[in-house]
Design a binder for this molecule. Structure first.
Ligand code: ACO
Length: 428
């Protein structure tokens, strides 16, 4: 392949170098475009063709349905690793040794207490507040309780900030649920695993011991791993762009949580369940909803279907579908919602509208079914996604700062009014 791309504009030629990634992907480096052409920019709404950075964290090939963290396949990690190992891998680049793993977990545990005054902030929210709004606010509030900024050139400082947020974030997640359920706030237990502690903090009743369920621990561990990173998606790009102004880690994460909230991104898992409930209430009429999804005059979309980069089966959806079956079987739950989901999937996979547009079920099509079986309320699903995505956001923020990336500041094509004179109010 040639080593440059040539742009011809008004009879003049401009050359731009090509860059190759380690998976042989190619990018045209247009960083000199505006200078050399004296002001011309590219226009790429939604960044469908624009690489915002070079990253060594996650590789995905949407056409082939491949997802790898730091070179390891998602299938292998979901089967063999636990969430904290994956978090370490994403953030620091290599799987931890036993010693590193233990230290990482202990350091996280040492940071798993949140200032008591955070409870006052939580108290001010109504019980009906959406948990994502609460989580984003509490994460932002952590900056006030931990004001020292991270010296990104100090590995020790960076590590301290990372274990701090890895320790405190699950407490905020659990408290968000407990507040919603009217339960006293709890710190869980120091001597159990990270995921076990999350479950205990969320569900322990004040007047009885919490009994762990191995199937639930494994399913949640898997879900968190599957959600841990997904390269430059909306919330991750948000974390990177906020952090590129040298805003702190917690503030950048709080912005990422807000981005994740939307139904076209992380909020889809809530939207999927709401859609399946609506279909169930409508006599399980999947055909009607398939028709609505295909009708261009109807804004309805089949939630949990389609993906910006996967134009093939989302590899995470395959793993999660199997886990959903296992959890429901183990808990002895027969959920008509699952039957509706399976029916919809079968119809969509053979419908020319979905086939032609390469719309396959994504990870969120099945994750809500597992969360529901675990007893997690629908509006908490995206909070669980955020808990899983935390190490990915941290890894991306860290990489961005260590690479000394410039502040993110896109250009625009102005299409508004040209210069005009002000008209006094009485003459308008
Ligand atoms: N139902 C019906 N039609 C759909 C759907 C859907 N779920 N998704 C895409 N389409 C159609 C579009 O109408 C469009 O049709 P057209 O070419 O005839 O105009 C075509 O497929 C391409 O869709 P785009 O919106 O251009 O694709 P884009 O890459 O911008 O959007 C997205 C991807 C936002 C995920 C979209 O598929 C969608 O809205 N899906 C439902 C929401 C969802 O499940 N989001 C979760 C994503 S995964 C995650 O964030 C973890």
């Amino acid at each position: 392949m040639s080593e440059k791309a040539t742009l011809e504009l008004n009879g003049q030629k401009y050359d731009f170098p090509l860059k190759s990634g380690t998976e042989n992907e190619t990018a045209i480096d247009i960083s000199s475009l505006r200078n050399s052409t004296k002001g011309i920019i590219t226009l790429d709404s939604g960044f469908k063709n624009t690489g915002s950075c070079e990253s060594a964290i996650t590789f995905l090939d949407g056409e082939k349905g491949i997802l790898r963290y730091r070179g390891y396949s998602i299938e292998e990690l979901a089967e063999k690793a636990d969430f904290l190992e994956v978090a370490y891998l994403l953030i620091f680049g290599e799987l931890p040794t036993q010693e590193q793993n233990l230290k990482f977990h202990n350091d996280i545990k040492a940071q798993s207490v949140v200032d008591e005054d955070v409870k006052k902030i939580l108290d001010a929210f109504p019980k009906t507040a959406h948990p994502m709004g609460v989580l984003s606010s509490l994460t932002s509030a952590l900056t006030a309780f931990n004001p020292s900024s991270v010296n990104v050139n100090s590995e020790e400082d960076m590590y301290k900030a990372i274990v701090k947020i890895m320790g405190k974030f699950p407490v905020l997640v659990a408290w968000t649920l407990r507040k919603k359920n009217g339960l006293p706030l709890d710190y869980g237990e120091k001597n159990i695993g990270y995921v076990e502690n999350v479950l205990k903090m969320m569900f322990k009743q004040p007047n009885e011991d919490y009994v762990q369920n191995k199937v639930l621990i494994e399913a949640l561990d898997k879900l968190l791993i599957l959600h841990a990173d997904h390269e430059q998606n909306c919330s991750t790009s948000t974390v990177r762009i906020v952090g590129s102004s040298h805003a702190g880690l917690f503030a950048s994460l709080s912005a990422g949580i807000s981005a994740l909230w939307g139904p076209l991104h992380g909020g889809a898992n809530q939207a999927v369940l709401e859609m399946l409930e609506a279909i169930k209430a409508d006599d399980g009429d999947t055909k009607k909803y398939m028709a609505k999804a295909k009708d261009k005059n109807d804004p309805f979309r089949l939630m949990g279907f389609g993906h910006r980069v996967y134009k093939n089966f989302d590899p995470r959806a395959r793993i999660i579908k199997k886990a959903a079956d296992e959890v429901l079987e183990d808990l002895g739950i027969e959920d008509p919602i699952l039957d509706i989901a399976k029916g919809l999937e079968q119809e969509a996979l053979k419908d020319p509208y979905f086939v032609d547009r390469k719309l396959y079920p994504n990870v969120d099509f099945y994750s809500g079914i597992i969360y529901r079986a675990m007893g997690i309320p629908t509006d908490m699903f995206t909070v669980m996604f955020a808990l899983g995505r935390l190490p990915g956001w941290i890894a991306q923020w860290r990489e961005m700062r260590l690479n000394n990336e410039p502040i993110g500041r896109p250009r625009q094509l102005y299409v508004g009014a040209t210069e005009r004179s002000f008209v006094e109010v009485d003459k308008r």
